[in-house]
Write a protein that binds this ligand. Structure first.
Ligand SMILES: CC(=O)N[C@@H](CCC[C@H](N)C(=O)O)C(=O)O
Length: 393
């Protein structure tokens, strides 16, 4: 299928400049890679996406914005259903270390979870669908704030989605650990239940040389960090799975002052809703213990919680069978992962599925050196385009 635009970039090697033609959706990915923005702050991203979408022939499409997200409906030629395709658009608060020429211009923010790929692939599929419409209606959902605090649930509850309510919703996520040219998925549970975790400690600070007159919140917080891992090893059935990760510790003011405040920031992952409740009960008991033991005040905030991604059995199997017929994509039947995705809400009450697109990178998701193979962009566009032509005609 011909793409409707072409892109050239100027590459400078050893002082010699030359024009190199690249796939337009690789160019789009690079542009978006330079402007990562955090959840519900995706203003430049939204403008960039809108500018591209408005440059397409408009006869068949309707565009609505929602917060920093966008809905694009492509009217089918003889619709019997509406198929939703979701791409998330936010970046992460990570300092990029890829060394890319097109590295992030927003210092301290990075597309380290592949949402730049997700967007460029969605635009590629949208372009194909506008050029060669299928029978069914399509709804492209450019969703903000997947990394937090979660855009899927409020988008689903929006008036727009009450009116444009897809019968099926699909979405992809890049998979750095899977080879290029692969799609990996499974029926049923694909991604875990998640809950953010923020714990604050307040005690009595003071002079570093007079610890007996204080309640040191660094000691209290560190003690809890190690205790939390006993929940995974001693309270969760070893045949079930759960993760507690503390990704950030803050506390104190200077090296010779005993800290009055400390804060732990983390996330909980479980394969079942029951385990999530149990893990939280245990966290609350341990936090109470630290409060008594270290004579301090504590508070717990669970932040954003995401429903598990549970792939619809029939639709997923049908998609997997379809992918197996494709010559340039290899299907991998994968295991579930402890990653989370608020896409889980999108397919909680609507049939749908998510799949991994192999992008083989030495560094994984949420790493400052994540460098997915850009050849996966075209492979993804072609695979999804063909699937939509199969499913929606
Ligand atoms: C695919 C992926 O990496 N998703 C994120 C979702 C984060 C949800 C939330 N902020 C949390 O940390 O619980 C992930 O970290 O799995």
């Amino acid at each position: 299928m011909d793409l409707i635009i072409h892109a050239s970039i100027i590459s400078i090697r050893n002082g010699v400049s030359m024009m190199v033609t690249i796939n337009p959706f690789v160019k789009i990915r690079r542009d978006l890679h330079q402007i990562p923005e955090l959840g519900f702050k995706e203003f430049k991203t939204q403008s960039y996406l809108l500018e591209y979408i408005r440059s397409l022939p408009q006869e068949r499409i309707e565009i609505k914005t929602w917060e920093t997200g966008i809905f694009v409906k492509v009217n089918g030629t003889a619709p019997t259903k509406m198929i939703g395709y979701r791409a998330d658009i936010d970046g992460l608060p990570i300092v990029e270390e890829t060394g890319y020429e097109f590295r992030s211009l927003h210092v301290g923010q990075m597309h380290a979870c592949g949402h730049d790929f997700h967007m460029s692939i969605a635009l590629g599929v949208l372009t194909n669908m506008v050029q060669t419409p299928i029978k069914d209606d399509l709804l492209f959902i450019f969703q903000p704030a997947e990394e937090g605090p979660g855009g899927a649930l409020p988008m689903l509850q929006s008036d727009i989605m009450k009116h444009w309510n897809p019968d099926i919703i699909i979405g992809l996520h890049i998979a750095p650990e899977q080879p290029l040219g692969t799609i990996a998925t499974k029926e049923g549970l694909l991604f875990a239940n998640t809950s953010e975790l923020f714990i604050d400690f307040v005690g009595k600070g003071g002079h570093a040389a007079y610890p007996h007159q204080t309640n040191d919140m660094i000691i209290a917080a560190c003690s809890l960090v190690t205790q939390l891992q006993s929940i995974i090893s001693r309270n969760v059935d070893p045949l079930d799975s759960a993760v507690i990760t503390i990704g950030k510790i803050t506390g104190g003011t200077v090296q010779n002052v005993i800290a009055e405040n400390a804060r732990l920031e983390g996330t909980i992952r479980t394969l079942s809703v029951d385990s999530m409740l149990k893990v939280k009960e245990r966290i609350e008991s341990l936090v109470k213990g630290v409060e008594v033991g270290y004579q301090c005040k504590t508070s717990i905030d669970y932040g954003a919680m995401y429903h598990q991604v549970f792939n619809h059995e029939y639709l997923t199997r049908e998609f997997m069978d379809f992918i197996e017929t494709q010559p340039n994509i290899h299907l991998i039947e994968c295991r579930e992962a402890m990653t989370g995705e608020d896409f889980g809400y999108m397919i909680k009450d609507t049939p749908g599925f998510m799949f991994w697109l192999g992008v083989e990178s030495d560094y994984g998701l949420h790493h400052s050196k994540l460098m997915p193979n850009e050849s996966a962009i075209d492979l993804g566009i072609q695979a999804i385009t063909k699937y939509l032509q199969f499913k929606g005609n």
